[in-house]
Ligand binder design. Structure first.
Ligand SMILES: [Zn+2]
Length: 153
């Protein structure tokens, strides 16, 4: 009986640690409200699929920049993400797509071949909208696989 209680306590402790790790993921600094909304959508996707996204706490900030050579960028050195204003001007699907892409680099270390969202090419607002349900599913599967790959040694 004592052993059983010990095991039960141990299980509860492990479970609490795992669930706390998810609750206490530090969020990066984000100024713009539409970026906050987009980040919330990404976090909800992670939570609803039970994906460990604790790597988000590495990202210090997600800010808007005036850039015309690319839609967004993750800087591994400073652990910051920038999104170009032209991405925001393209529309909400572009913001979401580019944010998911950069968080894919920053949180899951995805390269440009991991899934359609991670491709290096840039999509138009119309393409993001038309493909979003399929792109999103594929992306979330990659995140889940990334979680599980930790246990495949
Ligand atoms: Zn990229």
């Amino acid at each position: 009986m004592k052993k059983l209680i010990m095991i039960l306590v141990l299980c509860c402790t492990v479970w609490l640690k795992v669930s706390n790790a998810q609750v206490n993921v530090a969020r990066p600094y984000v100024k713009e409200e539409y970026l906050q909304v987009a980040l919330n959508i990404w976090i909800n996707d992670m939570k609803s699929r039970g994906i460990d996204y604790s790597g988000l706490s590495r990202i210090k900030s997600i800010t808007m920049v005036e850039r015309y050579d690319r839609s967004g960028e993750y800087d591994r050195g400073t652990n910051t993400i920038v999104i170009a204003y032209m991405t925001a001007e393209a529309g909400p699907a572009s913001i979401l797509g580019v944010l998911y892409h950069e968080l894919g680099h920053g949180v899951f270390s995805f390269g440009h071949t991991a899934n359609a969202i991670m491709r290096e090419r840039s999509y138009t607002e119309r393409e993001w909208k038309a493909n979003w349900p399929v792109f999103r599913e594929e992306y979330l599967r990659s995140c889940k696989q990334h979680n599980e790959s930790i246990f495949n040694w």
